[in-house]
Design a protein around this ligand. Sequence first.
Ligand code: TYM
Length: 331
Amino acid sequence: KEIVMSGIRPTGFLHLGNYFGALRNFVRMQEEYNCFFMVADLHALTTLPDTKDLKTNITRVLAEHLACGLDPNKCALYCQSHVYETSELYLYLNMIAMVGVLEKTTTFKDKIRLQPGNINAGLLTYPVLQAADILLHRAKLVPVGKDQEQHLEMARDYVNRFNHRYGGEVFPEPFAFNYGSELIKVPSLDGAGKMSKSENQYATLYLSDPDDQIRKKVMKAKTDSGPTEPNTPKPDYIENIFLLMKLVSAPDVIKKFEEDYNACTIRYGDMKKQLAEDMVRFIAPIREKAEAIQQDTDYLKKVMIQGAEKARASAQATMQLTREAIGLNYY
Ligand code: TYM
């Protein structure tokens, strides 16, 4: 079976982008592949100097993974910080990662903008740590959203440099994956960019949002007074509402709004009401399940221990090969 690896940062609770870009694929992939999925708590440290919410976030995010359908008996579900081998591989990969390339990474440049007072070395080497997560299991498939494409490209570069410098074929090249081929970018509700935990909270739909909050956020999404000529292209923010609808609404409902748009009879208020109700119908059961699982701390502890055991067994085998390839085996 092909090996799959991916992770999500516990910098907050999960949102719709995390679900459609990543989790939805995880749930399907666990049936077909040898899967390693983790909560990336070490990555979260690059942006969270204050760690007092970390435990709550980890617990909730794990519960959300389970609520969405991940089965700890079908995949390894673990916390990144429990797999100590990650830090060792991260160190080795740092020796082949070029600073010039790291400085040009899009996510690094974004972070400089978001937290100018805390541009730590961990932020710079974030893609190196991510590559370590993936290479640790010698994974080939990495289910992620579109924003992670560049990090995967860097991981492939490290694989090639490692194999070239130290010989051997310890690591295969990993590739971003999505069922349906194109990687996904879930747009934010304000018409500007992607849904994300760090940018506009009111433009992001969380899997933990109460029904009223979902309705309020959707109704606030940016629209205008509607098209004035038939069959005109849609402005980005309207296109985004259609995109969000495609994730949760029935095809015939979407078709009707498309026709109304093209005939200039569309009422955005009605469209948003429909989207809000469909979002509530999608999110509410996940939220309720996650809330219940989150209370069961004994169960979550068991999941974490079981996941860490599986992940460490795989990591230890890889590290053995890695040390040998580098030449760190002296006796
Ligand atoms: P993170 O925590 O930012 O996001 C987790 C996953 O959600 C996807 N995602 C989106 N997909 C579509 N539309 C959006 N608006 C959207 N927002 C987020 C992300 O693409 C990602 O798949 N660096 C990673 C975490 C990580 C990781 C790894 C991933 C650490 N180690 C190893 C893969 C393999 C990150 O920050 O994801």
